[in-house]
Design a protein around this ligand. Structure first.
Ligand code: PLP
Length: 448
């Protein structure tokens, strides 16, 4: 766009049009002042006001390779020129290439890709397939998890965002508890055995033969990066094997290097029966989701029609974006980089804890991290309660406003501040972001 034209764009008009004519996600529609982004590059967003904003949550934890990577643009343009869309009942070269590449990356016999358009549609299809394959109807999922906002996916999630649509929830989802270790009243050391025993009892009460799958996030994200106790996922895998229950890992947020491995579950030494992916698969350059399915399950349908299908399944341009994004993860060693930068982040937060009494806990796996703020470190009184309403967020709202004013985009939810920058972040950029958080924490410190 020419400079003269750019000049004419009025920031307020950009915001007004968006708020007057579109519906914002998970937000009230009026009286808000969102960043209005003109362009984005690396780990930075640029507002029409001229403000440079560091992105500490990679968009929605999806822009893993950062913004504006022209290698992806080139791959997308090339594919667009050759063939953009073909019916999903025809095949493009890039569709098979991407399926093959994903089969290479995924462990075990997770060799077959069903392409969708986002995380929620991937979960919907994984759930449907699990039910078809097992002939059972119940899906077990964790309270304090998020699997998307379509009806099935939000019913699967255990996030309180589902409460307003309670009456619409789909049946046959059973939620189980795996508490926040930091707040476990019977001692963190007892969490593994207590939560495994409780899950086993719940399975018995529900009837193992009625349960198609256990669906879990690869590493917990939106609920505050609540970590799996050591050995927990191995136990879940054993329970699944014992009862013929499928294990589906939702890697929408934790996949593609975010946790320092290709997939979050690889930090726990297990192999699931299906992997649900989206976000980091294309890093937001174009929408794409995928369910990777084990050969054992998929081959059952080699001679049977599988009742799954979306018009934009395996969209050629999205597949081309994913191929290039995966090539970039490998070429730029971004998976290893996320592990290294995650360690660096941990050590810097240790330093920050010494000067900020409001930091209660920090949980991270690689670059999927979250600060939990408290009013009192001894009692762990939260800075804002779980599922806090806006009027219970007084301090956190001020913290969020400060972070925003200082030029950072990230999630502040209840008493949590998320730290999940693009995997390309340098130490200097990390310091720049942590300095902003440190400044904002002074407000929280005053409330301790
Ligand atoms: N699953 C997990 C673990 C997520 O974190 C999200 C989104 O944050 C989703 C699914 C939904 O993905 P989408 O918004 O692309 O539908």
């Amino acid at each position: 766009m020419s400079d003269t034209l750019k000049h004419k764009i009025n920031r307020q008009e950009v915001i007004d049009n968006a708020l007057d004519y579109t519906i914002m996600s998970w937000s009230k529609q009026k009286g808000i002042d969102p960043f209005a982004i003109e362009r984005a590059e690396g780990v930075y967003l640029y507002d029409y006001s001229g403000q440079k904003i560091i992105d500490f949550s990679s968009g929605l934890m999806n822009s893993n390779i950062g913004y504006g990577d022209q290698r992806v643009t080139a791959a997308v343009v090339k594919q667009m020129q050759e063939v953009a869309f073909i019916s999903p009942s025809c095949v493009s070269k890039v569709r098979g290439d991407l399926g093959k590449k994903l089969a290479e990356i995924c462990p075990g016999d997770l060799n077959r890709a069903f392409f969708t358009v986002c995380g929620a549609t991937s979960n919907e299809n994984a759930i449907k397939l699990a039910r078809l394959y097992t002939g059972r109807h119940k899906i077990f999922t964790r309270y304090q998890s998020y699997h998307g906002a379509t009806i099935g996916a939000i019913s699967a999630g255990g996030d309180p965002r589902k409460i307003p649509v309670d009456a619409q929830q789909a049946p046959n989802f059973v939620h189980f508890d795996l508490p926040n270790a930091y707040r476990y009243e019977y001692g963190e050391e007892n969490l593994l055995k207590d939560s495994v025993a409780s899950l086993e009892r719940q399975i018995e009460y529900e009837g193992p033969n009625t349960i198609a799958a256990i669906l879990l996030e690869g590493e917990s994200g939106t609920s505050g990066c609540l970590q799996y106790p050591n050995g927990y996922l191995k136990k879940v895998r054993e329970i699944c094997n014992k009862h013929g229950i499928l294990l589906i890992m939702d890697e929408v947020m934790s996949g593609f290097g975010r946790t320092g491995k290709w997939f979050g579950f690889q930090n726990h030494d297990i192999i699931p029966d299906m992997i649900v992916m989206a976000k980091g698969l294309t890093c937001g350059y174009l929408p794409l989701g995928c369910v990777m399915i084990s050969e054992k399950i998929a081959s059952k349908y080699d001679d049977n029609v599988l009742p799954l299908g979306l018009t934009y399944s395996a969209h050629a341009v999205s597949c081309a974006a994913a191929m290039e994004v995966i090539r970039i993860y490998e070429e730029d060693n971004l998976i290893e980089r996320a592990a290294e930068m995650g360690k660096y982040l941990e050590s810097r937060i240790e330093d920050m804890k010494k000067i900020h009494p409001s930091i209660g806990d920090f949980r991270n796996t690689g670059l999927l991290g979250c600060l939990e703020l408290v009013k009192n470190r001894e009692t762990k009184e939260p800075m804002a309660p779980f599922n806090a309403k806006p009027d219970q967020m007084e301090v956190m709202n001020k913290v969020a406003a400060k972070i925003k004013g200082l030029g950072m985009y990230t999630f502040v939810r209840w008493g949590y501040i998320f730290i999940a920058p693009p995997l390309i972040i340098t130490k200097e950029e990390m310091e720049e972001g942590l300095a902003i958080i440190s400044e904002a924490l002074k407000i929280a410190d005053e409330a301790t």
